[in-house]
Design a protein around this ligand. Structure first.
Ligand SMILES: *Cc1c(COP(=O)(O)O)cnc(C)c1O
Ligand code: SF4
Length: 524
């Protein structure tokens, strides 16, 4: 064929004209449809779609009835003209063959990879936005049973004042079976429970192992899990008061031991929430001195507990101190409060965030483990924060029954991204605390879940999968399978297919120093 087409278009014409017949029998409706498509493709001046539609339909006829275009009275030259027209109209000169033989099938193949997720995402992992009607009913019930005013519901102090701390209060707002209540009573003698009324309203009534219930109400395993308690992280990683450090340039400062809700899977369970403590300023001064003296430190993560448990004036004081330390270039605030008590995000706090972010980039690092934790209220809180800081990042913990399936984890990542939060890390639940051994998920189960996201959801909604083992260690699988000559064999994480990737020419990279402008005779 000397029509001057690219190989894809040649392939397309072969499929239409080779091994097909001009006298094939074709149902009348197909004949009629192709006739119409042909007229439309010829008459439309500046559109590509009618041409694509015609070729797709002709391709189907060739496949299904072995019918060539001539069976519909369409001559090869006419199709050649349409193919040329397509290439001319298209801004990027995409050929009809490229579009029909490659691009469209590739998209169809890709679509199949997300079908199951799209079918299940709102059933298996509904977000708090999708559950909003039920959550609002829960809110009304809880408000009434706890005797809260609207004013109290809508303020941080009101939420904390009415937080559910005892099994008796819990039984008032959530219907749990008798034996569950007994178990919670037993566990709360050893471990702190605190659930803000708002967070409690996210629990779906009657649902066994509701993911918000699991995260906030401690169960018998916490004391029954046998095992040796490994000393808390602070024991081997705290070089100074309040400081945790295992990296040269990043430190965490545990500015409080309080949280608005105590997680049943808390990594810092040994030093969080035993007893609420307000630290005197001297305590912070010692931590700040450590940072001041260590000029390598450039990124300071204020965490806890929950950094936003501090009152605004104290938070501002600490932030001002950090602004004054020249080598500290960025600041992070670790907080779960936007999902546990979003009412905390007041204008004064937002102004402080903007004021600091104007001087040094501030990132808010949060923890959201299920889409259910994103409601219109928490989304609004994140939206407001996002306007005042440089990024909001999420560190989720991989937890059995909570987010340990493809559907749940994808849904979490998509939902938070739509709520102005960028998925950052997913932690494999730590081995250090036997209290939550029942929540642990095997490393490779988590790896397969996270890697299944590549190519299927936005790249910036894909978190890194991490084990905390004296620093954060990525658990991802290598997709470099090996080498053939100077080509690298790559595995595509979304379907395991192989691609060969020609590597850089080692001669050019290692041996050629005089490249680009260096080859000109500049004597500088
Ligand atoms: C998580 C953590 C950091 C921050 O690590 P990044 O990888 O920079 O997010 C720093 N210090 C400690 C002690 C931490 O636990
Ligand atoms: S918010 Fe963080 S520090 Fe507080 S209880 Fe939950 S996991 Fe622990």
């Amino acid at each position: 064929m000397s029509e001057g087409f690219d190989s894809y278009t040649k392939e397309l014409f072969d499929a239409l004209f080779k091994e097909t017949s001009a006298t094939a029998e074709v149902p009348a409706e197909v004949r009629e449809r192709i006739g119409q498509l042909f007229e439309r493709a010829k008459s439309s001046e500046n559109l590509t779609q009618p041409i694509v539609d015609l070729f797709l339909e002709l391709l189907n006829a060739a496949k299904n009835f072995k019918a060539s275009p001539e069976a519909f009275g369409i001559k090869r030259e006419e199709l050649v003209a349409l193919a040329r027209k397509h290439e001319e109209i298209d801004e990027h000169h995409v050929t009809i063959g490229g579009r029909v033989m490659r691009a469209i099938p590739i998209v169809e193949e890709a679509n199949r990879r997300v079908e199951e997720y799209l079918r299940l995402k709102d059933v298996e992992a509904p977000s708090g936005i999708e559950l909003w009607d039920q959550i609002q009913k829960n809110m009304e019930r809880i408000k009434k049973r706890l005797g809260m005013t609207d004013e109290e519901w809508n303020t941080f102090n009101g939420q904390l004042k009415h937080a559910i701390n005892t099994v008796e209060e819990l039984a008032k707002v959530i219907d749990l079976p008798e034996d569950a209540i007994r178990d919670v009573a037993r566990v709360t003698q050893h471990y702190r429970m605190r659930i803000s009324p708002y967070y409690a309203s996210l629990i779906m009534p009657g649902k066994i192992n509701d993911p918000v219930l699991l995260q906030s109400v401690p169960t018998g395993e916490m004391i029954d899990n046998a095992g040796i308690e490994i000393p808390p992280v602070a024991a081997d990683h705290s070089p100074a008061r309040l400081i945790d450090q295992f990296y040269p340039r990043v430190v965490a400062v545990k500015i409080t031991n309080m949280c608005a809700m105590y997680c049943t899977h808390c990594l810092r369970i040994a030093h969080i929430g035993k007893k609420d403590r307000i630290y005197p300023k001297d305590t912070y001064k010692e931590a700040l001195d450590y940072i001041r003296k260590n000029e390598r430190i450039r990124d300071v993560l204020l965490t806890g507990g929950d950094a936003l448990m501090l009152p605004n004036h104290l938070l501002k004081w600490i932030l001002d101190q950090l602004l004054e330390i020249d080598h500290v270039r960025m600041i992070r605030l670790g907080t779960r409060i936007p999902v546990t008590v979003p009412q905390r995000i007041d204008d004064e706090l937002l102004d402080i965030l903007e004021y600091v972010n104007d001087k040094k980039p501030v990132r808010v690092v949060t923890q959201i483990n299920t889409a259910q934790e994103i409601t219109p209220v928490s989304k609004e809180a994140f939206k407001k924060i996002s306007k005042r800081v440089s990024a909001i990042l999420n560190q989720a913990v991989l937890l059995k029954g909570i987010n340990d399936s493809k559907v749940k984890m994808w849904k979490l990542c998509e939902t938070i991204q739509e709520a102005y939060v960028r998925p950052y890390y997913v932690f494999n639940c730590s081995y250090r605390n036997p209290q939550f051994a029942h929540f642990r998920v095997p490393v490779e189960v988590g790896r397969d879940i996270i890697e299944s996201m590549y190519g299927n959801i936005s790249g910036d909604a894909i978190p890194r999968y991490i084990a905390t083992a004296g620093g954060k260690v990525p658990l991802h699988r290598s997709n470099v399978m090996g080498r053939a000559d100077n080509r690298v064999i790559l595995r595509k994480p979304w379907d395991g297919t192989i691609a060969e990737y020609p590597d850089a020419d080692p001669e050019k990279y290692f041996c050629d120093d005089k490249f680009a402008f260096a080859k000109y005779g500049w004597n500088r």
